[in-house]
Design a protein around this ligand. Structure first.
Ligand code: MZP
Length: 509
């Protein structure tokens, strides 16, 4: 018969941390949040500056979000559920990013109608739209149209952009090679909000915005490679890695990560071995997902992974547990794998960072995951809710939302149909759902709050680094009644906070 574990599948909200001695010299802003992405003991590891990475998902990790997260010290894994060429292009965009110079993601042609441009402005949230000969971000620049160039209720919206735009002859612009300081001087001198930059053939290469001026100052936590370019990760799968991996490495991806709901497979092992044989140990490879020590031993010992993701079925859009009956409470999975990771380190001197992936519903759960032994966390919903996620914002009943869907949905898997012209591997059932999440604002602001809470808890535990935090953490299981006790009781709150800033990032849990 089957083996029945004595352990109950537990989750983060069932635990609380006990405070330990806080020393007088400790300060939240001095706490070190850096985390390893690849092991130490064998080679100098790859380190991220804050312990968060974004999920390998279409609705999460596009180029814009990857740039925003790397500027805050974290890392994105650009999704692989897309053709190799478009994933490579996203990696290139992040590597080519120059602070203050952004590639335009709302572009029009002169023949478009005002109606179409308004639709574009609404879906992207941008009020300045470059007009290029082919409507791309790198086409020949013909002019600029902004929401000040027409009146929605007065002008004929069937007229073309050409009739309303500022033509290139009148557009103040910079030439490729211009420094950020010079670009800002031009904006200032000409009282402009946006400066297009073009190459010697008049093709658009970047935009510089006045509103980003403050943001241009270097971010102290920025995650940069040796050439001072932003770092970016890329997701891979077990089907086309022989073509995808070389292309991603050539484009400059700093780390790779297998994206699979169940990584305890011979397919993943073959993939890891192939990458190691062909690219050596310099490239960081993450794998998973697993939920047991057995899965850890298989992928780490035999495969030689750098980091491993833990979690099956806990994701906010995931229905794997309902559909297939596999998975494990995220806290139980993490505790077992972390224990094995520590044991393995003592046995071999090889440290394998672990990533708690999915199901983090609020800031407290991030804190608990890191205290329990995760080196860093991977999140989807958290980032899907930010301004920089790749999906259009949508107004529903007066509140702004963004679409968010799982990689196990038909919607996500449909890309194959278009990429190779063949039918996708037949999807008999879905393991994810297609949903909406409330918008919470710019990534930098949301993450700053989350990380401040983490720093503050680490001070309560007397920890100056995440490794010390794990060492010193003492956790207790909570009863249902103590959860009630932990909330407010018998008081009226007249100014209750909005859903989006309640620390649950918009979800009542
Ligand atoms: P969350 O942060 O939204 O709770 O969870 C994100 C994680 O859910 C991803 O990193 C991935 O491991 C997992 N995921 C993505 N798609 C699905 C699905 O369609 C899924 N079932 O479970």
């Amino acid at each position: 018969m089957a083996t029945i574990l004595n352990d109950i599948s537990r989750t983060f909200s069932e635990y609380l941390l006990l405070p330990r001695l806080t020393r007088k010299e400790q300060r939240a802003d001095k706490v070190d949040l850096s985390a390893p992405l690849s092991g130490f003991g064998e080679k100098a590891g790859f380190t991220i500056n804050v312990p968060v990475v974004s999920a390998c998902m279409q609705a999460v990790s596009g180029a814009r979000l990857s740039i925003a997260l790397a500027r805050q010290g974290g890392l994105s894994f650009i999704f692989c559920s897309q053709p190799i060429e478009s994933q490579v292009e996203m990696v290139r965009q992040v590597k080519a990013h120059k602070a203050g110079f952004v590639q335009s993601d709302s572009n029009a042609t002169a023949d478009m109608t005002l109606e179409q441009v308004i639709e574009l402005m609404e879906s992207t949230g941008h009020s300045t739209v470059p007009v290029t000969h082919d409507g791309t971000a790198t086409g020949k620049l013909e002019g600029i149209i902004t929401d000040k160039d027409f009146w929605i209720h007065e002008d004929d919206l069937t007229r073309t952009v050409r009739d309303h735009m500022t033509p290139i002859a009148d557009v103040i612009h910079g030439l490729d090679g211009i420094s950020l300081r010079e670009a800002n001087e031009l904006l200032h001198r000409h009282k402009k909000d946006c400066l297009p930059v073009v190459d010697d053939k008049g093709h658009l290469t970047a935009l510089v915005f006045k509103k980003d001026y403050e943001d241009h100052r270097r971010h102290p936590m920025e995650l940069l490679d040796e050439s001072k370019r932003l770092c970016v990760g890329a997701a891979i799968n077990t089907h086309d890695y022989k073509e995808r991996v070389p292309a991603l490495i050539a484009a400059g991806a700093d780390a790779l990560c297998f994206d699979s709901s169940d990584g305890f497979t011979e397919y993943q092992m073959e993939g890891i071995k192939w990458i190691r044989e062909n690219f050596g140990t310099d490239i960081v490879i993450g794998g998973g997902n697993i939920v047991s020590a057995e899965g850890f031993d298989y992928l780490v010992e035999e495969g030689g992974l750098d980091f491993i993701k833990v979690g099956i079925g806990g994701g906010s859009i995931c229905i794997t547990r309902e559909q297939k009956g596999i998975g494990r409470g995220q806290a139980s999975a993490l505790l077992e794998v972390a224990e094995r990771r520590d044991e393995y380190y003592r046995e071999t001197g090889r440290y394998i960072p672990i990533c708690s992936d999915g199901g983090l519903g609020n800031d407290t759960q991030i804190v608990i995951a890191l205290a329990m032994g995760a080196d860093f966390v991977m999140m989807g919903r958290y980032f899907a809710m930010t301004e920089e996620s790749p999906t259009p914002k949508t107004s529903i009943n007066g509140q702004m939302y963004k679409p968010y869907w799982g990689e196990g949905t038909l919607r996500a898997q449909n890309w194959q149909r278009y990429s190779d012209g063949m039918s996708t591997r037949k999807m008999v059932f879905e393991e994810g759902v297609d949903a909406y999440v409330p918008m919470v604002g710019p990534l930098a602001e949301v993450l700053e709050t989350t990380l401040f809470k983490l720093r503050s808890t680490m001070v309560n535990i007397g920890a100056d680094s995440l490794a010390e935090f794990r060492e010193r953490a003492i956790l207790t299981l909570v009863s249902e009644q103590s959860v009630v006790e932990g909330g407010t009781s018998s008081v009226f709150q007249f100014n209750s906070k909005s859903e989006a800033d309640d620390g649950n990032w918009g979800r009542n849990s």
